[in-house]
Design a protein around this ligand. Structure first.
Ligand code: CA
Length: 229
């Protein structure tokens, strides 16, 4: 059941909005002042907020601004203000829609439904999925920063992990030690590129079955390293 908050000081309009939304099976809460509406919008979980602009005490613009500092709840402005400047300001503050009074209650309900389904699609897409690379028994979870070889977890240091993940996500690409040094240590200097060699050696000891015949990170003599696919 979707919960909707209406912040509207004109009781007849609030009632009209509430009636139509309840007919569509929404659970509706009405607040008639800006301060009470703002307080509930910030403290409670609503699925959508219908907001008037001209309100006693705190106006709708300020309510919208404060909601957007902490929440992504869809906000639909329904206002008697018809000027583009007000619409632009409300949308700029993060309102998702703007309807001018007088309005068609059926259209309002249709828009509420459209915003709710759009928001649900968006948030469904935000379900965290780990970024994983899997190549021939080697599994690299870039999100959790963990590495497995044939199901056995290996412990890599931060830089070892960074080098391995970088090479694995750019397979078949040869990188010189200088390239890797710049990429991983993020310093645009020659630095001590011997450290790259040391790290590659340690990575191989951890992930390769036979370090003298590496299956993952190949040495391209005189050039650099390549992740083999
Ligand atoms: Ca008003």
């Amino acid at each position: 059941m979707n919960k909707i908050l209406i912040v509207e000081d004109e009781e007849s309009i609030a009632e009209l909005e509430k009636d139509y939304l309840e007919l569509s099976n929404f659970t509706v809460t009405v607040e008639n002042t800006g301060s009470r509406g703002l307080d509930r919008a910030l403290k409670e979980d609503f699925d959508l907020i219908i907001l008037d602009l001209m309100l006693p005490d705190v106006d709708g613009f300020e309510i919208c601004r404060q909601i957007r500092e902490v929440r992504n709840t869809p906000v639909m402005v329904i206002s008697a203000k018809k000027d583009d400047i007000d619409k632009i300001r409300a949308l700029g503050l993060g309102a998702d829609d703007y309807i001018t009074k007088p309005f068609s209650p059926s259209e309002m309900v249709a828009r509420v439904k459209a915003h709710l389904s759009r928001y649900e699609r968006l948030t469904a897409g935000l379900t965290p999925v780990n970024d994983i690379i899997e190549i021939r028994g080697l599994k690299i979870d870039k999100t959790a920063r963990r590495v497995w070889v044939n199901g056995e977890e290996k412990s890599l240091t931060t830089k070892e992990f960074d080098i391995l993940a970088f090479l694995a996500q750019n397979p078949n690409h040869v990188y010189s030690k200088e390239d890797l040094f710049r990429e991983i240590w993020e310093m645009d200097s020659v630095g001590d590129i011997a450290t790259v060699t040391v790290h590659i050696k340690k990575i191989r000891e951890k992930i390769e079955y036979n370090t003298s015949n590496p299956q993952y990170i190949e040495t391209i003599w005189g050039v650099g390293y390549r992740f083999k696919v």
